[in-house]
Design a protein around this ligand. Structure first.
Ligand code: NI
Length: 173
């Protein structure tokens, strides 16, 4: 399980670098990212959130939690150099949270569907059409690769409220 970087760590604001080659080091990092995501009960995690400024994302919107609060593998997705190639005109609004903005949530507007082109775990080119939670998750995680957090997509007032609450919990440690 890797260390999670939280707001306002500078790595979260950087544009991540393209992955040139999918090798065993990259696969190891993807595996570690997935374990970190499950350990923290997230549905998605981008490499900058573990301090690695590379264009890599893991997502699992089908995981289930048992009665002990342990998450089990559902259908993990590994996305390398993902790119949104189509966005629906239809928009949806839903509450989002982020492991890098601990214990906060806010309503964010997103495209109802997106189509994403990416390289998979084995280095093969793939495409996926995201709908519902997967669509929101893809947009949220891909934003991380461009240094954008969901709080950058809400009103200034709400953002300031969240940042204020965050700084209070962080300074109490
Ligand atoms: Ni996030």
């Amino acid at each position: 399980v890797l260390k999670l970087y939280t707001y306002p760590e500078p790595v979260l604001k950087k544009t991540a670098q393209k992955v040139e080659k999918v090798d065993d080091d990259i696969r190891q990092l993807l595996d570690d990212m997935l374990e970190t995501m499950y350990a923290d009960a997230g549905v998605g995690l981008a490499a900058p959130q573990v301090g690695v400024s590379k264009r890599m994302v893991v997502i699992d919107v089908e995981q289930e939690d048992d009665e002990n609060g342990h998450f089990t593998k559902g259908n993990p997705l590994f996305l390398i150099n993902p790119e949104i190639i189509w966005r629906s005109d239809e928009m949806v609004c839903g509450e989002e949270g982020c492991l890098s903005v601990p214990k906060q949530r806010a309503e964010v507007e997103r495209h109802a569907q997106v189509r994403v082109h990416y390289t998979d775990y084995n280095g093969k080119e793939q495409e996926i059409l995201g709908d519902g939670l997967l669509s929101v998750c893809l947009q949220h995680e891909l934003d991380h690769l461009d240094g954008i957090l969901y709080i950058d997509r809400i009103s200034r007032l709400k953002r300031q409220m969240i940042i204020k609450k965050l700084s209070k919990t962080q300074s109490s440690h």
